[in-house]
Design a protein around this ligand. Structure first.
Ligand code: IMP
Ligand code: MG
Length: 182
């Protein structure tokens, strides 16, 4: 559905869950740890599109050490031949990661299926190290044993929008994280 009407757009925003200032403060903390931990090491950030591009852009500007950026994208689909949902990589990186410390930058971990698959693929390519940073984590929704090395905010089981996260491709432009009203 296309949303062009501003009052309809606004009516789906239930309320601010995490403010811009709260996000900013957490990002500086995490970036500081990255600056220390990866100093003098080749660093590659892999952002998972589309949800993590806003987080990536703020995070990388707080990273003061040399780093490179690359993008991957995945989608979940229901495979009729198997009882479970599968994850398909729709955009892959086209480079050798074996000489990099890789940090995957994700927007939110829900069931954990997407990241479990991406981590499996990247591990086969033997990076020097592989870690996962997620902006948000919904542990109560997990259907896999996947966990991030670092999550900035843990939230309850609710659908959130803003700061890169979408509902029907809208709301990525909100500068804060909000809850979607049903
Ligand atoms: P997972 O594979 O179930 O962990 O799902 C991960 C993907 O689902 C995320 O990268 C998001 O793109 C999307 N997602 C999960 N929960 C939310 C939410 O509350 N708001 C927006 N997108 C979400
Ligand atoms: Mg995502």
């Amino acid at each position: 559905m296309k949303i062009t009407d501003e009052s309809l757009f606004q009516s789906k925003i239930k309320g601010v869950l995490i403010t811009e200032d709260e996000i900013k403060a957490k990002i500086s903390q995490v970036a500081k740890e990255i600056n220390e931990r990866f100093a003098s090491k080749p660093l590659l950030l892999i952002s998972i599109l589309k949800g993590s591009f806003v987080f990536l852009s703020d995070l990388m500007r707080e990273i003061k050490i040399p780093c490179e950026v690359a993008f991957m994208a995945a989608k979940s689909y229901f495979d009729e031949t198997s009882p479970r949902e599968s994850v398909q990589i729709t955009l892959d990186i086209d480079r050798d990661i074996s000489e990099y410390n890789v940090i995957i930058v994700e927007d939110i971990i829900d069931t954990g299926r997407t990241l479990k698959e991406i981590v499996k693929i990247l591990e086969r390519r033997k990076p020097l190290s592989l870690s996962v940073i997620t902006l948000l984590d919904k542990p109560s929704r997990r259907l896999t044993d996947f966990n991030a090395d670092c999550s900035l905010f843990t939230i309850e089981d609710r659908f959130v929008i803003g700061y890169g996260l979408d509902y029907g491709e809208y709301y990525r432009n909100l500068p804060y994280i909000a809850e979607l009203s049903e």
